[in-house]
Design a protein around this ligand. Structure first.
Ligand code: FAS
Length: 399
């Protein structure tokens, strides 16, 4: 440690600096640990804050299998069985889609994101990982340098500079990684779905199956987020705020749209309105910096692909680093192309599903013609084995 004037500075070096301790960063760290490759994770929030953040709720089969192949299966995604059934309630009529039927039982796990993050943190620390919380003012100097230097201020106020071979930008959509790139380095492809959702968390038991309500009243959905917690989505007029949605209005609209007498059996703990938007940044790397997960793209929640793309890309990056340390950079060079192919496939799937469940209900959004198109799409999905099979493959992350 050198003490320059008043400020003490610690200079270190490692192979990979991971910025961000969400699903992407923690998966990269765990996989590199198992490869014996040095890495330091810098997370700006406290451990408690990161472990409590409730978001996604589905770990697709491909990701479950990935963790199993890396010897992390039981530790990270054990439990949370899912019978593979997804329920559409169309004008009050129940239509069950059996994902397991079309993928020989290869179904997702209904593992809430916060549980996955808690377990990834525990596994990383148990295995000797270098996970640093409350890392403030993280900055990357020249990501295109042969050995970039990532600096930050630790919780004790000491500044650190870490020189490394590679940087994994796993810091989400508002992080420092993408912002550290020169203008013009990336091209953004944004899309506004023109739809707003009220997202609600409640201490209410999960539904028997993930439930999607399609009717003239507007779209709604009910997903589990653990044995005593549920997440609901209620389509609302763009421009609404959470203040426009008192609890009794939420309960009344969910009962109407899901055709369930009492869909919210416990207290509502969180509600927020957000606009459904998507964006992809291309390419997903620049110099020694590789963007992973939400740092590279945002996808609408329909289809449950945001977190699962982060998990997929974390493995692509870890394998590329494994080859890099053995002198082969082909994986790093193809990283962006490989990840973008899946990212755009999932963007299309999420948009297809978003259109279907919204246009098929209230036709004030897209008009009567598109309502009939969406109904036909939904009818085909629920009546054709081939259509259901293609849907199940995408839900399982096998396509
Ligand atoms: P994350 O945003 O999870 O993690 C980034 C990490 O980087 C954070 O811990 C942050 O604190 C840290 N960070 C940021 N800036 C930093 C800096 N400068 N220095 C250091 N650290 C920094 N996806 C689904 O698949 N299904 C869903 O149902 C679903 N529901 C969602 C509901 C909500 C309300 C939201 C907001 C998202 C939802 N998502 C859903 C998407 C979401 O789960 C993301 O796809 C997932 O968290 C992506 O993981 P990461 O890429 O790791 O990014």
């Amino acid at each position: 440690m050198t003490g320059i004037g008043r400020e003490r500075m610690v200079r270190e070096s490692t192979t990979v600096v991971v910025i961000g301790g969400g699903p992407a960063g923690l998966t990269v760290a765990n996989l590199l640990l198992r490869l014996g490759i040095g890495c330091v994770v810098l997370e700006r929030q406290s451990r408690a804050r990161v472990e409590q953040r409730q978001r996604a709720g589905i770990v697709e089969h491909r990701a479950v299998r990935m963790f199993e192949e890396w010897g992390l299966g039981e530790r990270v995604v054990g439990g949370f069985p899912h019978d593979g059934l997804l329920e559409f309630r169309v004008d009050g009529e129940s239509r069950l889609l059996d994902e397991a039927d079309s993928t020989e039982g290869l179904t997702a796990r209904l593992c809430p994101q916060q549980i996955l993050v808690q377990r990834l943190i525990a596994a990383c620390l148990e295995d000797g990982g270098d996970l640093r919380f409350e890392a403030a003012d993280v900055a990357i100097d020249d990501p295109a340098a042969d050995r970039p230097v990532v600096s930050y201020r630790a919780a004790d106020g000491v500044r650190h500079e870490i020189s490394c071979e590679l940087v994994a930008g796993c810091d989400g959509d508002h992080g420092v990684s993408r912002a550290s790139l020169p203008d013009g380095a990336l091209t953004a492809y944004p899309f506004d779905h023109g739809i707003a959702w009220l997202t609600v968390l409640a201490d209410s038991p999960p539904p028997r199956h993930p439930l999607l309500g399609v009717s003239e009243h507007g779209f709604a959905a009910h997903f589990g987020r653990g044995p005593h917690s549920s997440r609901y989505y209620v389509q609302c007029p763009p421009g609404d705020s959470a203040d426009d949605w008192p609890d009794e209005r939420i309960r009344e609209q969910l009962a109407l749209r899901l055709s369930v007498a009492e869909p919210v059996a416990g207290p509502i703990t969180e509600k927020e309105v957000f606009q459904l938007r998507s964006v992809v940044h291309e390419p997903m790397h620049h110099g020694r910096l590789h963007l992973v997960g939400d740092a590279a793209h945002i996808i609408a929640p329909m289809g449950g692909k945001g977190m699962n793309l982060a998990l997929y890309e974390a493995e692509v990056f870890a394998r590329a680093v494994r080859d890099h340390v053995h002198g082969d950079d082909s994986g790093l060079r193809s990283y962006s192309e490989v990840c973008l192919q899946r990212a755009w496939n999932y963007q299309e799937f999420s948009r297809w599903m978003t259109e279907m469940v919204h246009d098929a209900g209230d036709d004030s959004l897209a008009g009567p013609f598109r309502r009939r198109l969406a109904r036909a799409r939904l009818d085909r999905l629920c009546s054709s084995r081939a259509a259901a099979g293609a849907f199940a493959e995408l839900m399982a992350g096998l396509a």
